[in-house]
Write a protein that binds this ligand. Structure first.
Ligand code: ADP
Ligand code: MG
Length: 223
């Protein structure tokens, strides 16, 4: 069985008139090690889909199974634990904690289990080296360039080696050179990972470097 199975997933938002149907029967299967680019015009539902796959939002109907788990069948507490362990997020904006150093930001996802160990700190520092920030461990986010901040956000999303890494337009706020550097880092780490990567993107170059591409069109995901 694939590690991600999405079946007949629909999402609509209530409005004063007709409900706004954003996703209308999305089908998707993905296995460990695979990467998928989700493309489609602005407003086609890419962010909505990623938010549901990451259990940040609920579907209106349909089912999602991630590593055999339906996150929407879990209690709120179990769901939060599942999300922390199995899902990583990279957004267009980095959402780093401004008061914390780069290293502390990358360690933050491990603190939900209690204290970070010295092995955790080693792993975080190694990941930061991997994304080219080995010399920036004690910088604060404001002291980094936009591309560096986004690479720190990637290290943070990967620190627990999630089964499913979700990236919503991770290069969307960057200029060409920095966008390329972020894509390089993401794809090179992904190629060594067992987990899955799904990235929403407007960049044809980035999409072409992912294993598969699917397009959101009228609420459906077309291969
Ligand atoms: P994309 O990421 O492809 O640009 P989104 O998933 O952000 O698209 O949005 C898809 C559609 O859903 C848009 O028309 C947007 O206005 C609408 N939408 C998104 N979130 C909400 C919400 N919380 N309430 C109502 N409508 C929403
Ligand atoms: Mg979006």
């Amino acid at each position: 069985m694939p590690d991600l199975v999405v079946h007949h997933l629909s999402k609509s938002y209530p409005t004063p008139a007709e409900p706004l149907v954003v996703l209308d029967g999305v089908e998707l299967e993905l296995s460990r090690g695979e990467s998928l680019a989700v493309v489609g015009p602005s407003g086609s539902g890419k962010s909505t889909l990623l938010a549901i796959l990451g259990a940040l939002d609920e579907p209106t109907s349909g089912s999602v199974q991630i590593g055999g788990v339906d996150p929407f069948s879990l209690s709120e507490r179990q769901q939060a634990r599942f999300r922390a362990k199995s899902i990583g997020f990279v957004f267009q904006d980095h959402y780093l904690l401004p008061q914390c150093t780069v290293l502390e930001n990358v360690l933050a996802p491990l603190l939900s289990d209690g204290k970070a160990t010295s092995e955790d700190a080693d792993r975080a520092a190694e990941l930061l080296r991997r994304v080219g920030l080995g010399e920036r461990l004690t910088h604060r986010p404001a002291q980094l360039s936009g591309g560096e901040r986004q690479r720190a956000a990637i290290a943070r999303a990967l620190v627990r080696d999630p089964l499913l890494l979700l990236a919503d337009e991770p290069t969307g706020a960057l200029d060409g050179r920095n966008a390329d550097a972020v894509a390089d880092v993401l794809l090179s780490i992904q190629s060594e990972r067992e987990g899955m990567l799904i990235a929403a993107t407007h960049s044809p170059e980035f999409a072409a470097r992912m294993g598969r591409t699917a397009r959101l069109c009228e609420g459906q995901l077309l291969s």
